[in-house]
Design a protein around this ligand. Structure first.
Ligand code: GAP
Length: 530
């Protein structure tokens, strides 16, 4: 079963080092996160899968990696200086600031309805380029990667001899000064985008829009997100971005949040290439492009059929890496009861949980929202015992839980049975797993076993594009659990029989079945199942 709350994922990411708050030792920075050792592997595997599908496996795509800093004029003519705004309101009572469309007229901090009128807040981060901060050095951190593709359209066309339709793919950082970053990786201020600008002959854009919708859904399925878990939102005209003729938002059913956008697929007409072009009056543009006196280029394509220079239309599938990462984790997440815990241990945990919730209810120092969230979550766990027992880890990682002294007792009471009777598993597709193979010696103080296991790890790793690790820091059962929790599909154990006949056991993460095979065959076995 996929994760039921965002807190389960937050807790796992923290516990196992997928994601850390940025500059945590100085109190962090709101809306900014760092990728830990496992997070960077999973993230890179997601990006590689996207790149492989959208660039290597198609014959109509090129790649690009444009700079984050761009000439300021890019953002003037893209329309971002004028329109990349969110509606900002202030609470007159507690002085907090909110995004008007997220709060339904009531301050989430103090409950007041005494709010200012919404006013536009431009979300682009500003910086200065060079030693003197003046009007000429002014620049933005890019809020989307897309503009780097549009301004390079002529360069790519000239150097690649492409014919329409063709696309340019790019993965890179984007920055938005979100008014209220929230929901872990979902809404942050620094994030990565995987974007495609696909250039087509005008008049064919609707057909390509549909084809991209299908192609993108197929990719989501290939990384473990079934079609049934994504709703397609045909964005109504009054909600469309300034550049869009029509947009399909792919809405993944996130735990806690419900259906939210993980990718947008927009039909951008000739707005972007037109807006970045000079001599616009000669281009027969259909979009209301921004009048441009600064561009040095006409971003056009010579169409041999019509024998005219035309401005291509654009289809843009654009996904956020962090939102994709969260969806993949949520979908893969599973807590399984391997064996029913004895009833006296379940009662002991239930008693400790009840005492914890009473203590939360009495704690005056916690904000009422924090208190309510803890109590609501805790009571749901209480009702779901024993199956819900592993969720106590997520409960104790929720904001405010660390201020409840008795939480330590609850952790002490629950940890034993959780370790003994449950396992958390990430059913990640093998090609996404941060670690594909873990190799263990049955005994860590046996020279022969250790040497063979280390050698095997090196031989599996060499020449592979996935990660293989050696581990001997616990008993085999514990090592299996640890690898299950981070989604490692194969655990290989070197035992005494291995020393005699050169075979090892390979355990499957999902079925927990073991097969014995010659050590020399393991690499082929785990690669073939990638
Ligand atoms: N070039 C088009 C564009 O940037 P967008 O809908 O604003 O469109 C595309 O962003 C994707 O980027 C979204 O579907 C989402 O996955 C991701 N994204 C946007 N803002 C984000 C934020 N503040 N935090 C995390 N991801 C974000």
């Amino acid at each position: 079963m996929p994760a039921t709350t965002l807190d389960q994922l937050v807790s796992l990411c923290k516990r196992r080092g997928f994601v850390f708050p940025s500059s945590e030792i100085y109190g962090g920075l709101q809306g900014v996160f760092d990728w830990g050792p496992l997070g960077v592997e999973l993230k890179n595997n997601i990006i590689s899968s996207w790149w492989r599908t959208n660039v290597y496996e198609r014959d109509d795509m090129e790649g690009l990696d444009a700079a984050i800093l761009m000439n300021r004029l890019t953002w003037r003519y893209s329309g971002h200086e004028e329109t990349f705004n969110d509606p900002l309101v202030d609470c007159r009572d507690c002085k907090s600031r909110w995004r008007a469309d997220h709060i339904r007229g009531r301050c989430p901090n103090c409950g007041s309805t005494n709010l200012t009128e919404p006013r536009p807040f431009n979300m682009m981060f500003k910086t200065a380029v060079g030693p003197v901060a003046d009007a000429d050095s002014f620049a933005y951190l890019r809020p989307e990667t897309a503009q780097g593709i549009f301004v390079n359209f002529g360069n790519v066309l000239a150097t690649s001899s492409r014919k329409l339709p063709f696309g340019i793919a790019q993965v890179g950082k984007a920055f938005r000064n979100e008014i209220n970053p929230r929901n872990f990786l979902f809404r942050v201020r620094e994030f990565e985008q995987m974007e495609i600008e696909y250039f087509v002959i005008p008049g064919t854009e609707d057909e390509w829009h549909q084809r991209w919708l299908e192609d993108r859904l197929a990719w989501w399925e290939s990384i473990g997100i079934p079609r049934a878990r994504i709703k397609i939102y045909d964005v109504p005209p009054d909600e469309l971005a300034h550049y869009s003729k029509r947009t399909f938002d792919l809405m993944y059913d996130y735990p806690t949040l419900g259906h939210e956008e993980v990718e947008g697929i927009a039909s951008r007409t000739d707005y972007d290439l037109g807006s970045h072009s000079r001599d616009q009056e000669t281009l027969n543009l259909t979009a209301r492009a921004n009048p441009n006196r600064d561009s040095t280029a006409r971003l056009t394509y010579y169409d041999p059929e019509s024998r005219r220079h035309i401005v291509p239309f654009v289809i843009e599938p654009s996904a956020g890496v962090g939102r994709c990462f969260l969806a993949v984790l949520a979908e893969a997440y599973d807590e399984q009861m391997v064996k029913a815990p004895p009833s006296e241990r379940v009662h002991a945990v239930a008693d400790a949980l009840e005492a914890f919730l009473k203590s939360v209810g009495r704690n005056e120092k916690l904000a009422s929202e924090t208190r309510d969230a803890l109590v609501e979550r805790g009571q749901a766990i209480l009702r779901g015992l024993p199956e819900a027992m592993p969720q106590i880890e997520a409960l104790l990682a929720m904001p405010g839980a660390d201020q409840i002294e008795i939480g330590k007792k609850l952790r002490g009471q629950a940890q034993g049975p959780i370790d003994e009777y449950f396992r958390t598993v990430l059913h990640l597709k093998p090609h996404l797993a941060p670690i594909r193979v873990a190799v263990f010696p049955l005994k860590r103080n046996h020279e022969g076993l250790v040497a063979m296991a280390r050698e095997l790890r090196t031989s599996i790793q060499s020449g592979s594009f996935f990660r293989t690790v050696y581990d001997d820091t616990g008993a085999i059962g514990k090592l299996y659990r640890r690898q299950d929790e981070i989604g490692t599909p194969y655990c290989v154990t070197v035992d005494f029989q291995s020393l005699e006949d050169g075979t090892v056991t390979v355990r499957d993460r999902d079925t927990m079945q073991q097969v014995r095979m010659p050590a020399s065959e393991v690499r082929g076995y785990v690669t073939g199942r990638g």
